[in-house]
Design a protein around this ligand. Structure first.
Ligand code: SAH
Length: 216
């Protein structure tokens, strides 16, 4: 006999549809494949059981160690800015819950995500396994050094506020590759997109954002 209390994705699925419809109406979600990824990934799983009921509101969700999953509009905007391609190898700095990595996992070939906090390293791995995501590798370590073992990357996405664009990230990026990061040391940072070309770096400023700080 079906147990309705145990099968809750029905309700969460409806909330997810509303979240996606809202982000599309605002013009934040635009690309078909990215819309599908947002429909597929169960954000409530990444929010954890204590916060699953607020997972689909357009706010950041608190996760262990005083960190947060970015609000859906921010994850959507950053994912669109990264122009993910099915062939891409992506480096993320700050695995947190694993949600951003799970979204990217539906859009690219492989995601490497670095997490400095050991409790969150386990949290991200557990959530990704629960969601059935297989092409994300969570690595415990300081993301400011990048992940030379798997270089070069097509894209780099930084999901904690960084005081600077570290050389390691630029070095580990392919020519033609994109990097996005919230840059700054204050409560607000500037969201920056950098394209690495054979002639140097092309930088675009995209406005003010608020991320939790990179830790060392
Ligand atoms: N992308 C995550 C949210 C990230 S919150 C998600 O989708 O849930 C920022 C994360 O960056 C936190 O988990 C924090 O522990 C991590 N972090 C902070 N400094 C770091 C560093 N130097 N290297 C790797 N991760 C770091």
């Amino acid at each position: 006999m079906e147990n309705f209390m145990e099968n809750q994705d029905g309700e969460f699925g409806e909330r997810r549809e509303l979240m996606v419809a809202d982000l599309m109406a605002q013009g934040i979600l635009r690309t078909d494949a990215i819309i599908r990824a947002f429909m597929q990934v169960p954000r409530h799983v990444f929010a954890g059981s204590e916060n699953e009921n607020v997972a689909y509101a357009d706010y950041p969700v608190p996760i262990p160690s005083g960190q947060t999953i970015s609000a859906p509009h921010m994850v959507a905007a950053m994912t669109e800015l990264l122009q993910p391609d099915a062939k891409d190898k992506v480096l993320e700095i700050g695995a947190g819950s694993g949600y951003q990595a799970a979204i990217l996992s539906k859009l690219v070939k492989k995601v490497y995500t670095l997490e400095i906090d050991s409790a969150l390293n386990v949290f991200a791995k557990t959530n990704l396994a629960k969601a059935g995501v297989k092409n994300v590798l969570v690595i415990e370590g300081d993301g400011s050094k990048g992940y030379a073992k798997a270089k070069p990357f097509d894209k780099v996405i930084v999901t904690c506020a960084t005081p600077e664009i570290f050389d390691s990230w630029v070095r580990q990026l392919k020519i033609g590759g994109l990097l996005i990061a919230p840059v700054g040391a204050g409560f607000y940072q500037e969201l920056v997109r950098i394209k690495k070309t054979s002639k140097g770096l092309e930088k675009t400023n995209l406005g003010a954002v608020a991320f939790v700080p990179l830790r060392r």
